[in-house]
Design a protein around this ligand. Structure first.
Ligand code: PNS
Length: 230
């Protein structure tokens, strides 16, 4: 007959501490922090610094969320919120793209709007970068690039970019996340176009961004009229 290993259980105290005493009996050599459901223990762990010591063994994941953000949309913000929960630090990085001459906002204006929209997220910062994304990742000690995939149509371009970035810098991984379904048809380009023709932007961009877009479109229109471009 197979020998049975039995743990001698102590006299368990009544009430809420029973399960803790049971855990202790089953794992007598486990340090206190193996029982994370105990609030008191958790508080002690935090104050003793064991918490950070344990986390220190894990890698701190710094991710870059690059893009044009001209302007930031609710889809971008959805992804930033998701990314801020997943990564230790998230840098929203606006690419200085000299090719895009149909730009609505300049770099500083885009940064200002992004900062206003992410101010409540402690681990999120906004920056502007120039040149290769992978070079910027290394400069910032980032180990991941976050990109959003809305539909299958995004995949081909994103795959090409991710693989090319990996070829140039294998230390940086691209992580794809999906924004909420309701944003799957949303893009900055569509926002600019709707705004240009005076269409509704409700639900597509935050209120502050909508005001700035309307103002900018009006400014551009009056400039074009004055200079006989329209
Ligand atoms: O919001 P977008 O326009 O889709 O963002 C594209 C962006 C800025 C992420 C991409 O063009 C980029 O990474 N530009 C930086 C230059 C670079 O590294 N290019 C090589 C990509 S394989």
């Amino acid at each position: 007959m197979q020998k049975q290993h039995r743990t001698r259980l102590p006299n368990l105290p009544p009430g809420g501490n029973r399960h803790r005493a049971l855990e202790r009996a089953l794992f007598p050599r486990a340090p206190a922090f193996y029982f994370p459901d105990c609030l008191q223990t958790q508080a002690r762990i935090k104050s003793s610094g064991i918490d950070s010591a344990l986390r220190g063994r894990l890698k701190d994941i710094v991710a870059i969320y690059p893009g044009s953000f001209d302007p930031v949309t609710n889809g971008h913000l959805d992804l930033i919120h998701r990314g801020s929960k997943l990564f230790d630090r998230l840098i929203v990085a606006i690419a200085r793209n000299l090719d895009k001459d149909e730009a609505l906002f300049n770099m500083e204006e885009r940064k200002e709007m992004l900062e206003a929209m992410t101010s409540e997220l402690d681990n999120v910062t906004v920056d502007i970068f120039e040149g290769l994304l992978v070079a910027y990742c290394i400069q910032k000690n980032a180990n991941a690039v976050l990109r959003g995939i809305r539909a299958v149509s995004d995949y081909e371009f994103e795959l090409q970019m991710a693989l090319m970035n990996r070829k140039m810098e294998p230390r940086v991984e691209t992580v794809f996340m999906m924004p909420a379904e309701k944003y799957s048809y949303l893009s900055s380009r569509i926002v600019r176009e709707i705004a240009k023709f005076g269409g509704p932007l409700i639900g597509l961009v935050p209120e502050l961004v909508e005001q700035r877009v309307r103002q900018k479109v009006a400014e551009k229109h009056s400039f074009a009229t004055k200079t006989h471009l329209l």
